[in-house]
Write a protein that binds this ligand. Structure first.
Ligand code: SF4
Length: 375
């Protein structure tokens, strides 16, 4: 059985065969201190050992200072486009997550190694743990500045490269996650990484698993086999649900742990004809109608029997990149939804009209697929 080294995250320890820690994330605006702290506490009461909060601005960081005073739960933040925020938030959290694919946004001329070194210095100074959070939908840029396409080998290599670099800094209080919306890719990537780095604790999860119950089944198909092989030290079941239902992520995580303990592991997952991948939403969501939009997409395509993938994302941080590989993508702006076919933007449409526009695309994809089938 794989036993990664033990690392401390606030009041919990992970690795070394210790019980798996369940994680979730708030979806309130972080500057809404009271609601965010209440959500943290509700998640802790439901069994979360760690709660992630999104921080993008100095206002969010200031709010985090107050949230820290109102909750005892272990807190984590993810640095998206601004790695320098690590210095501002580290005093108030127990873990910081950075995505190697987002490091190029701030100070593009600065080498990524310099940025990671700075993050490591910061977490060391403030007694925090670190997560290298690789996401197949946001793998950064190629050498000539183009967006890197989703590729599982690129994701695995990125995780290995960053882990090796952090080793070279003499810091070992870190874990790694490699996420994708495809359960098979998550299985493959984590098996590969675990075999190459048996010493590093792993956080498991699918990104954009989608709405329950489908999102739970997708997560089960990847996480249960991995956990039964001894791979995984923390986990999150990311579900597209509103903030007041976030405890469902913890309940789903507990179900997965129970299934693994009972040996009733789900090993096969068949996508519905239309595979909907949708993000869980977080503080960055541009419009609170996002969850309803994802539900409307699901309801509109329920009777479609031609296989296709539709991605629904809550904001511009991951929306443009993580909709590229779907047949149809929708990502939310404040007052309109950006509609894409593959990587091409079709236009921006109001929340009340975008489903009809999307269905036009669905119909044209069906016609194109039928034609190619007949040729
Ligand atoms: Fe949050 Fe945006 Fe990711 Fe959705 S796509 S979880 S809103 S960062």
């Amino acid at each position: 059985m794989r036993t990664a080294r033990i690392i401390q995250i606030g009041t919990v320890k992970i690795g070394g065969g210790l019980p798996i820690i369940l994680q979730s994330m708030t979806a309130t605006k972080t500057t809404d201190v009271v609601r965010t702290a209440e959500t943290c506490q509700r998640l802790a009461d439901a069994g979360a050992g760690l709660v992630r909060v999104a921080v993008d601005t100095l206002h969010d960081a200031e709010a985090l200072r107050e949230i820290r005073k109102l909750t005892t739960v272990n807190l984590s933040v993810d640095l998206q486009e601004n790695y320098r925020l690590a210095e501002v938030v580290a005093p108030f959290v127990d873990k910081i997550r950075y995505n190697p694919g987002h490091l190029h946004h701030a100070e593009p001329e600065t080498p990524w190694q310099t940025k990671v070194e700075r993050i490591v210095q910061t977490v060391r100074q403030h007694d925090c743990a670190l997560r290298i959070g690789v996401n197949c939908g946001s793998l950064g840029q190629t050498a000539d500045g183009r967006r890197q396409t989703a590729d599982i080998d690129v994701a695995i290599n990125s995780a290995l490269q960053h882990a090796e670099f952090i080793d070279s800094l003499g810091f070992d209080r870190f874990c790694v996650s490699i996420k994708s919306s495809d359960p098979k890719a998550v299985l493959f990537a984590n098996r590969q990484f675990a075999a190459k780095r048996p010493d590093v604790p792993i956080h498991l999860g699918l990104t954009e698993a989608g709405l329950p119950p489908g999102g739970i089944e997708k997560s089960r198909a990847a996480l249960e086999p991995l956990l039964s092989e001894g791979i995984g030290d923390t986990l999150r079941v990311s579900l597209t649900v509103s903030n007041d239902r976030k405890a469902e992520e913890i309940k789903a995580g507990r179900l997965i742990l129970q299934n693994v303990a009972a040996g009733t592991v789900l090993t096969d997952w068949q996508s519905e004809c239309v595979n909907i991948i949708s993000c869980p939403s977080c503080a960055r969501v541009e419009n609170e109608q996002f969850v309803m939009l994802a539900e409307q997409v699901r309801d509109a395509v329920r009777s479609i029997t031609v296989p296709m993938t539709i991605a629904v994302m809550g904001c511009r941080v991951n929306g443009p990149g993580e909709t590229d590989h779907a047949d149809i993508g929708l990502w939310c702006g404040k007052t309109s939804v950006n509609l894409k076919r593959g990587s091409t933007l079709i236009g921006s449409f109001g929340y009340g009209e975008v489903i009809e526009k999307m269905m036009n695309l669905v119909r044209s994809i069906i016609v194109a697929k039928m034609k190619s089938h007949c040729n």
